[in-house]
Ligand binder design. Sequence first.
Ligand code: PLP
Length: 386
Amino acid sequence: MSISLNNIPSKLPNVKTTIFTTVGNLARKHNAIDLSQGFPNFDADKKLMDLVAKAMNEGHNQYAAMQGYYGLRETISQKIEKGHGKKYHPEKEITVTVGATQAIYTAITAFVHPGDEVIVLKPAYDCYEPAIKINGGIPVPLQLDADGYQVDWDAFKNKITSKTRMVVINTPHNPSGRIFSRDDMLQLQEILRPTNIILISDEVYEHIVFDGKEHQSASRFDDLASRSFVCASFGKTFHVTGWKIGYCAAPAELMHEFRQVHQFAVFCVDHPVQRALAEYLKDEGHYLELNAFYQKKRDFFLEGLKDSKFRFTPSQGTYFQLLDYTAITDEADEELAERLILEHKLASIPISSFSVDNRDDKVLRFCFAKNQETLERATAILRALS
Ligand SMILES: Cc1ncc(COP(=O)(O)O)c(C=O)c1O
């Protein structure tokens, strides 16, 4: 007898294969230039890879501590204190995770009970809502307007009910490339202050901020920090998305509950990679130089689009650029994204997939974490579109 799923309901019946997989597969099939998924097409620093090899050769090949290798947690603690003036205790307040995705999933699992509401700002990265739903929670979306993707904090406040357990924010923001200002964070802090709401602050692009602006981490704001999981990704910062390693920082009480789940979900994370990162992070130039590195790429990409029919506001952070194509066609964004792959061999992400009810604002997202030659070929294709 074979298994039948007739009487076993799906826990996520309405979740489709992620747009990244769908578009990525199509791009590969048609040999398209892939500016869809958020990963670099250049390699990480050889020094970092050598440090991983060194850790392996020195025998760090068995389980690490459940919370993460202590030396790495210490270095992370110093990094946050230097960058944002907030001291997280390495023993009790920092946990190394399998990328930011696992940090976010675990924090949601640890605190969201059936019927709890979680406010999500849309368009949103796609891992938040399935994690909320699988725990019986109810995502409460707040759609941001494509004209600037600013948060209307009054509208946000109106979404809060007695059932609101959590809020998820993301700055710098994927897909819009917008960053929260200090004023945004202060407004959020004032709204949450009288509540018992937990904040997940997804800060995976913390080191990719442009034009001299500063990343406003939730850890900088005392009351926000007291209720936040600040989630970060070494994959994004060191061009190693395939290593899936990140961390989160939170006050000890919150972190205790987080670890109750973490220890049985993954127990611990890749040990030699943690050793290597602990060493590599000691040179802060390795991450502080990222703003300028990616700003050059953004500027090169946008310079190549100067004479195109796309409309855009330069990305303020992340390695994504949104392009509005209303002057070119009135096709739906999914249709245009598909046509770009099939006819022009260029892959992008249609933004409707991140929005409430797949709202189509006629914008596509392009990842500019690519080498010069790829960006040149991509912009030539985009310039020729009319
Ligand atoms: C906003 C955002 N959060 C989280 C992640 C996942 O990060 P990680 O690869 O470290 O799990 C991504 C990856 O694209 C992202 O864009």
